[in-house]
Write a protein that binds this ligand. Structure first.
Ligand code: PEP
Length: 247
């Protein structure tokens, strides 16, 4: 199972960041789970430098540019140089700030070109009775996957994150049986781009109010390969409890 900790902008203190990384390294040690931490970009180099543990680091986003006169941008190449091996792409909080499907596709290409493993986020804002949200998910997947080569498609890790379930408590997260259906749906759409067993083998994470209280049921009753966790990953005991609940 993959546990990817998206710190967002919650962690603003380097000492706190170091403590969380120490917890992440301990959790990664046994190799039972793949632990990934996505710190604020400015901390990445400091936290990842000299890392010889099984803990991996992710960028929370990458620039749509590839460098040059672009004040304030952090490119995929710079993240890779700072020690990231993964990159979250298309998170709903970035989409809310203007990342369209076309921009997400560009960012995905830059991440892949720099050897980063993209964690591509997709998810509907709300559920409607006509199930239009399914078409929206299909479109997010299609625009991201269509331009990629067969090899690149296989490198993408997906994170299904229904926006309505993000940032709440375990009680408001998606129910495990609903998640099981969504994972099947996503694999069905992926089959268009990943032939044969590749769609079945594609790694799909779930994100949205995953907490120690619900992570086990979500894992047991759906075919997810792990979780992208926000608020429950930013203090050591809770982070530890997530891994323990899954073991
Ligand atoms: C997220 O935004 O990626 C996320 C999963 O957040 P939370 O766990 O806080 O719902």
């Amino acid at each position: 199972m993959i546990i990817a900790a998206n710190w967002k902008a919650y962690v603003e203190d380097i000492e706190r960041a170091k403590k969380l990384v120490a917890t992440g390294k301990r959790l990664a040690r046994g190799g039972i789970h793949q632990i990934i931490i996505a710190p604020p970009g400015i901390f990445l180099s400091l936290l990842a430098s000299g890392n010889r543990s099984a803990l991996a680091f992710a960028a929370q986003d990458v620039s749509h540019t590839t460098g040059g006169a672009q004040t304030g941008e952090n490119t995929a190449q710079a993240y890779a140089a700072a020690g990231a091996t993964f990159a979250i792409i298309g998170h709903s909080e970035r989409r809310a700030l203007g990342d369209t499907n076309a921009i997400v596709a560009e960012k995905l290409a830059h991440a892949l070109a720099q050897g980063l493993t993209p964690i591509l986020c997709i998810g509907e804002r709300e559920r409607d009775e006509e199930s239009r949200y399914l078409s929206l998910l299909r479109e997010e997947l299609e625009t991201a996957f269509a331009p990629l080569s067969a090899k690149e498609r296989q490198r993408v890790v997906l994170a299904y994150e229904p926006i309505w379930a993000i940032g709440k408590g375990a009680a408001d997260a998606m129910r495990p049986e609903e998640l099981a259906e969504m994972v099947l749906y996503i694999r069905k759409v992926l089959a268009q781009f990943l032939p044969g067993k590749a769609a079945t083998n594609a790694r799909i994470l779930y994100g949205g109010s995953v907490e120690p209280a619900n992570i086990r049921a979500l894992a047991a009753q759906s075919q997810v390969d792990g979780f992208l966790v926000g608020h429950a990953s930013i203090d050591p005991p809770s982070f530890q409890s997530l891994a323990k609940a899954l073991s």
